[in-house]
Structures are given as C-alpha cells and as structure tokens.
Design a protein around this ligand. Structure first.
Ligand SMILES: Cc1ncc(COP(=O)(O)O)c(C=O)c1O
Length: 450
C-alpha cells in the first residue's frame, strides 16, 4: 500500500487542527437526575453510575412458546425445508416475513452472508465484474462478493451517518459495475433516494444489505424493499436471532424464482437443475425459532426506536458527542447498534479508548466498531489469488486499490462508539438515564481522563 497516498492518521490530525477554536462548556446537564454527574469517575475509584447487570441478548427472549415450537419441530421429524415445502416453518416464515416487510416474496437462507451471495449469483455476476459497496460493514458483505470472484469496489462514507456516500458511488461506476450494495449500517437507512438515482441512471441493480435493519423505514418503505433485492441476517446477535439464518426479499417474480433456485443448489421448484448454486437453505429449526419471535419483533423494534430517540435527544446536548445522523425520511432504524461519534477535543483530548474505559467502568457496555484497515489486509491478499490475477485488468486492480483510500471511513472507524442495542434498548427509561448520566459524568470529569 502506498503510504503517502494512504495517510489516515495525518488526515485525522488535519481535521482536528482545523477546528481548533472551540467553545467547551465547563459542565453540562442534559440528563434528568444527574445525581452522579459531579462524582469521582469509577475508573478513578469512584462509585459507578450502574452496578446492575444488563440483560443478555438473545437469552432474554427465550420463552415457553419458543421451546414448545422447537420441541414440536424436533418431534415432527421434518427437519429440512424440503420435508414440508408448503406448511413447514421455513415456508411459513417466508410468507409472514414477506407480509411484514411489504415485499411480494421472501426466500430463507442459512445466513445473511448467504442471502447476499445468492443475490450476487442470481444477478449472474461473474469474475471480471465489479460491485460497489461500503467497507464499513461486517465481513459477510464483502465475503458474498468475493465468493462469486467478483471485485468489491469501495465507496467512501458520509462521515455523519457512517453510510455509503452516493456521490462517491457515482464516481466509482465503470462499464464493469454490475450491482451496487449499500449497507444500512447500525440498522439505519442509507441515503436511498440518491443511491437509487445513481443506480437507475446507469441501469444497475441494487442489492440492499439490510442485515442489521429489520423493519426500519425510509420514506414509508421498509429497508430491503427499495432496491431490486434486500437481504437480512438472523445471526445470534441480530434483532431476530436464530443462531444463524438469513433471508432475501424482492418483488420481481423471475428474479425471486432464481433466488430460490440458486439457494437450492441450482434446482428449481419443479425439481429441475437449471443453474449453478450452492446449498444455502434455511432449516426447519431456524424457521421455528424465528417464527417464535415474529409476533413480538415489531413491538421490540418500536421500543428500541423510542429509547434510541430519547437517548439521542439527550446525548446531542453533551459537547463532543453526536448521535448517528439519520437521513430525512428515515424515521425509524433497526437499531442493531446505537451509535454516536466521539470527538476527543471536547474530552481533554482523551483517546476514544480512554473514554470507553471510563464508560465501561461506569457500568455501560460500549465499544468501537469496525476496525480500521481490516479490509485493507485481506483485500490485498485476495489479489494474489489466481482468479483475481486472471480475471481482472490492471485498470480494475488500480480502481480496487484506489478504492481502499477512504478518509471518511477512517474517520468514522476511529471515532464511533456503539452500544449493542438488542437487549439494552429494550430497557426502561431509568436504564437509558443510566447511560446519559454516565456520559455526562465523564464529560463533567473530563479533566481527569488521561
Ligand atoms: C451489515 C451486515 N452484512 C452482512 C452480515 C452477514 O450476516 P451473517 O452473519 O448472518 O452471515 C452481517 C452480520 O453481522 C451484517 O451486520
């Protein structure tokens, strides 16, 4: 990697220097009670804001109904979806999930990565083709592209929202671009109007990676239903959790038929082998555990949004903390993670790690998210593979390498703080107040951070 070209730290230090003239209030009070606000930080030996443990996701949603459903599936002996293709748990889940999302069709898969990979194959994307996506994502997004030996081309982010920037997408389009894969990171919407405008202008299909974004809406439509295809994950940490599991939704009859065929090792609904595909089927146990959650999933989604809105209304009043920007028209989020940007200039220049250590000591589980440069390493490795050497021109490899220069993504990587939202955002208002009080306490004691 060309060091001159890829100087991430330099970029960030320039950013910091450019906003040197700051007004930093001495003490803030955005929280309602503030009993702990001026006390000594827990990290320095003071009493933590919270000692009560947080509930665990997904343990907290295990109930008798779920156990009875799984037992029933076990006893039925119909463990594969093909044993009960019409009324089985997977077939029933597919019908219900299509209804819940507002899509015409849904096809279950074994994971979100598989869902994305099935879409890539169903769109006939081949070695030599390019897919524009975000590097600020789970590895599954990129893995689905690489599995088809296609080339991921990264577009930089809007640093406020952590989402792919439509203008950057437009710049990366070439005659080899065969899909755009926006990732609704944290569960919140990308700027979909602008992304669809770029895609439609060039007649390129959009595969929405909505793996973190169940039920979130953008301008009245659920994420996953705006592009040609939308993908979801039901991995164990997700808002609907099955250990592993995924789904593709879409409205186009022929394309969704192809999606089914591809995930069924190339065998269509009539039992004919019509295309190439791996076996990526959801099984009946996964279907059963997902179905057991669907009734309450929307209620939980709404509770998370209510709590997230409350948190954001308070956190934005604390200098140096900025909740993830939501685009106009995105009035709800899947809230896989609740995220905000940390600006150390307002915290006595304490590094994010120091801030996180203090926040954790106050009893609030928070962390950074996607690690910087993670894609750089493996992306460089894949170029050494025969397939990539053989199928891509020098020009394409240059485009790919240039697409690893992502100043906004680097800035996001270094400054974002996330709180896992699955269980925590289902808490009470008092639980949310603990988070706000801890953040305020750290701000008000920032001079003791080092
Ligand atoms: C944004 C995003 N894309 C893709 C995936 C892959 O999904 P799975 O883990 O179910 O394969 C995930 C899962 O974490 C994700 O968060």
């Amino acid at each position: 990697m060309n060091k001159k070209q890829y100087s991430r730290r330099k970029f960030i230090s320039v950013l910091s220097a450019s906003s040197a003239a700051l007004t930093i209030p001495a003490v803030v009070s955005a929280g309602p009670h503030l009993k702990a606000s001026a006390a000594k930080l827990a990290v320095s030996g003071g009493a933590p804001v919270r000692t009560q443990p947080w509930p665990h996701w997904p343990n907290m949603i295990v109930d008798d109904n779920m156990i009875a459903n799984i037992t029933a599936t076990t006893k039925s002996g119909a463990w594969s979806r093909i044993s009960n293709p019409v009324n089985g748990t997977v077939a029933t889940f597919e019908k219900k999930y299509a209804e819940l999302t507002g899509a015409k069709y849904c096809v279950g898969t074994g994971s979100g990565t598989q869902a994305l990979g099935v879409c890539v194959d169903a769109l006939n994307i081949q070695p030599g083709d390019e897919i524009i996506t975000s590097s600020y994502t789970d590895f599954g997004t990129i893995s689905a592209i690489l599995a088809a030996r296609a080339l991921p081309i990264f577009a930089d982010l809007d640093y406020r929202s952590y989402q792919i920037d439509p203008a950057a997408v437009a710049q990366k389009i070439t005659p080899n671009t065969k899909a755009i894969m926006p990732v609704h990171i944290m569960g919140s919407a990308c700027n979909m109007d602008a992304i669809m405008a770029v895609a439609n202008k060039h007649n390129i299909p959009v595969i929405e990676d909505a793996c973190q974004a169940n039920f979130a809406k953008y301008k009245g439509r659920q994420l996953g239903t705006i592009g040609q295809l939308g993908c979801f994950s039901f991995q164990g940490s997700k808002q609907i959790a099955a250990g592993e599991g995924g789904a593709v939704i879409g409205n186009d009859d022929m394309l969704m038929d192809k999606v089914y065929t591809v995930q069924n090792h190339g065998t269509n609904k009539k039992g004919q082998n019509t295309t190439i595909g791996q076996k990526m089927r959801m099984n009946e146990f996964e279907g059963s555990i997902i179905l057991s959650q669907l009734d309450k999933a929307l209620e939980r989604f709404e509770k998370r949004n209510e709590n997230a809105n409350y948190l954001s209304s308070k956190i934005k009043k604390i200098p140096g903390l900025t909740p993830q920007f939501q685009y106009e028209g995105s009035n709800s989020s899947g809230y896989y993670l609740y995220a905000f940007t940390y600006d150390k200039k307002f915290f006595n220049n304490a590094d994010r790690q120091v801030f996180l250590k203090a926040l954790n000591a106050e009893g609030i589980p928070a962390s950074g998210y996607i690690k910087g440069m993670q894609h750089d390493l493996w992306a460089t490795n894949i170029l050494e593979l025969g397939n990539y050497k053989k199928n891509y021109t020098k020009q394409q490899i240059k485009l790919f390498k240039d697409s690893l220069v992502l100043p906004s993504c680097d800035r996001v990587t270094e400054t974002v703080v996330v709180i896992s939202a699955g269980a925590i955002l289902l808490g009470t208002k008092a639980d949310m107040d603990d988070i706000i009080n801890a953040l305020e306490k750290i701000y008000n004691n920032r001079n003791s951070l080092s």
